[in-house]
Design a protein around this ligand. Sequence first.
Ligand code: HDD
Length: 756
Amino acid sequence: NENPLKAAAEKITEAVRGEAGPAPEIPGVPAPEPPSFAEPTEPRVPLPPKSDQSGPETVSPTGQPTGAEQARVAQSGAYLTTAQGNRLYETDHSLKAGPRGPVLLQDHHLREKIMHFDHERIPERVVHARGAAAHGVFQGYGTAAKITKAAFLEKDIETPVFVRFSTVLGSRGSADTVRDTRGFATKFYTSEGVFDLVGNNIPVFFIQDAIKFPDIIHAGKPHPDREIPQAQSAHDTFWDFVTLHTEATHHTLWNMSDRGIPRSYRMMEGFGVHTFRLVNAEGATTLVKFHWKPKLGVHSLTWEEAQIINGMDPDFHRRDLADAIESGAYPQWELGVQTFPDTPDQTFEGIDLLDPTNIVPEELAPVQPIGLLTLNANPSNYFAETEQVAFHVGHLVPGIDITDDALLAGRLFSYLDTQITRLGGPNFGQLPINRTHAPVNDMLRDGMHQTAVHTGVAPYRPNSLDGGCPFLAGNDTGAYIEVPKELPAARKVREAAASFDDHFSQPRLFWLSMTPPEREHIVAAYTFELGKCYEQAVKERGLQVLANIDGELCAQVAAGLGLPAPEPTVPHTEAEPSPALSQLGQEWPADGRIIGIVTDGNGDLAGVREVRRAVLDAGMVPLVIAPAGGKLDADGDPITVQRTFATARSTEFDALLLAGVPGRGRDAFGARDAKAGDTGTAEAPTDPRVLLMLAEAYRHAKALGGWAGAETALAAAGVPTGAPGVVTGDSGSAVLADVTALLAKHRVWERFPAAL
Ligand code: HDD
């Protein structure tokens, strides 16, 4: 009477040790299925180990695997053990003197288990604590070869990458869709060592000098007395700081625009922010700014959507990224550079390239694509990978060098320093996710959490005892050689250049480049944020900053605050708008968009099935929403319900389709069963939760479609038939075709009233 589970466990242990073939099937555990588009929330089998984590394989003196191999088999064998590998027969009861007696101090298993648990958390990042990440690959186009010798940018070279997206202000457990800047940090595991591009989704920064970083972060974080508000900029200390340090005006304006509330990490631009210096094989240098351009376009939430999502699904962005990758809709970005001659003054068209509060409009310096990033695998373990990944702006490769940007200089110090506290010592580079894919021979030794078993006796140079090894590389053997730039003769000063004093021309350029609906959103955002401040002086200073950007912007916000609009204190500059800054006016692929299909047992289920298939064929994700969970029987071919009226909210979907009048005849709580022929009342022909979904989706300018008599439900929700972006027709497929076309523009922008 062999226990089948135990037999399977033995076989797994053998398989892990390499003594048997592939792992056998376990009774009751479904066989692995290949990933498909079907339903992104269904559980999947674990992904195989990532190629970029299999570093050099070595064996320890005691015969055990070390390095990446050790990480891969961190948990092996089928039996529960202690950390030392002793098999355990029980783990639910402490060792006691009798079933009701005192717990014995000699219970070493209890002691080890609780000790480890007590130390499971490490300090969260002081900024960018909340993040989500993915593995991927970067492919060079070769187009940058003239300006940089970086090997990973050569044509068709594929480099493994790990990308972590984040919010800045919130704690690790805060919500995703807050108004904030988003981090966009990329680790390239290149053949020449790790290159980290630690950027944001906003191309400028709050401050011009790193010495103010603790101050801006203290101002943005929750108030130190009550520790509120969490993950918000809408409070007095933030606005106090950014109105007293007007260099923050440009970044703040981007935050108040739709860029502060992205629809998805997949739909954000990324920016290296600083100007970098590229060096080619001949030693010639070019100044550049790095840009990530998403293939899906740059899209945002509305503020009301963002607020609802924070309650309905605080993991919205994290889930969106993981679901898209799991379903095969791999997000992609092109890496591009704006290039500028490396002149002694380091300016371009009068723009100081060392001031990180400046952009260079793309119309003046177009972004030239140099490679493609594809995110194609989710992390296997959040802590090991997303939490322990350690970025550093000083992780550079030959061909990429820094400039004298004072903000960058401070960062070059800060990122290494923070890892010592966060990851417990100087050996964080040995963690699997941080390990370079290039050979390492660094003469760095010992320290907390040292996992390498170094051999040799002479970790110093020169030496004669280890055969002179390691040797120094030269230009021809791939050394990183700093560009020998002349420094200007200078005095020691605590000052910034006079060109850093213009804090309003670039914000004005951004404002003038916005379309009417985008301006309306900016006005609403400032009115909300300053309206949440209590101090009158802060509000008034906020309005003064706005007056210096634009009179109309200031007047609108002042009206909302019930305060007089001040006159500008600096003259307005005339700026040529930069259309590239606007999110409107282009068309984008609808890949991975979420289409909600609202139906019930009485709807056109054959039509639902057909539409669901067509949504999948278009590379989008259909989610069927019905009054209750389970299956809807469509002529013996059941349709799985993925969301119910209780779990669905409009904010999850990019477009909503209505098959008939779903939920007809239900009362306010959806309690009564829908029966064929039950038509409800004229005022409430359908479930109130469906009406709420429709009204919200309409208000948020989303595409809406319906067939099989859906007009009744749309009308009851206050959605006028024939309004822009409201499509009704005879068949689901015809309606879907029109709705998909609307999604190319992300929203039905005509529905937003023109603001200014
Ligand atoms: Fe920073 C994290 C981006 C200025 C100090 N920063 C961090 C992350 C991103 C950025 C994306 C998260 C990395 C991750 O996912 O682990 N930071 C920026 C950008 C800046 C910037 C685009 C301006 C252009 N940062 C900046 C300054 C300082 C720091 C001026 C300090 C002087 N940043 C840090 C840090 C963090 C960090 C404290 C927290 C956790 C970490 O580094 O690893 O060192």
